[in-house]
Design a protein. Sequence first.
Length: 205
Amino acid sequence: MSVCIIDYGLGNIASIFNAMKYIGADVIVSDDPFKIKNSSHLILPGVGSFKKGMQKLNQRGLDEILNFEVINNKKPILGICLGMQFFATTSSEGGIVKGLDWISGNVSRINNKLSNLRVPHIGWNDLKINSTSRLLNNNIDTHCYFVHSYYFNVNNTKYITGTCSYGNDITAIVEKDNIYGVQFHPEKSHETGLKILKNFINIKC
């Protein structure tokens, strides 16, 4: 079992790498298609804008290798924050921008007009688990750390296994076959986040 953190020029790679090393994972950071192909699990991190992130993925040809490994070879992948949002069909951040379209839906800005909550959503929030979640398996505490202004509005709610409340229900966890995503930052969510990362790397290909 080996984990490759996808390096496309954006994201909090160092903290995710350190968290993976802490839980004993064999982990590398790379944009090399050969190394991505030869890893058993993939992590797609992300901080910043959807448009810029997708441009960087496409410029490095990472969209093609990820599509092949994730969709054709059914390799487990974990998207974190912006990385999860890339799974969507489109995003409205910076105009209409195409995503990887692995899970049908749109990334939209958090609507705070009725609640007057601050955007971006920064800080700790409790998760509400909607159904059996492989990522949250054996977790007791579901208190996680969020930093985001946009959220993934998933068309088919059966793929949403966790939400948080921030004015309205925000998609916090998606799970579809070998595709997993979290809107929060597990690498900053203390013991809960470490358990989530452990559960991910224990998922069999």
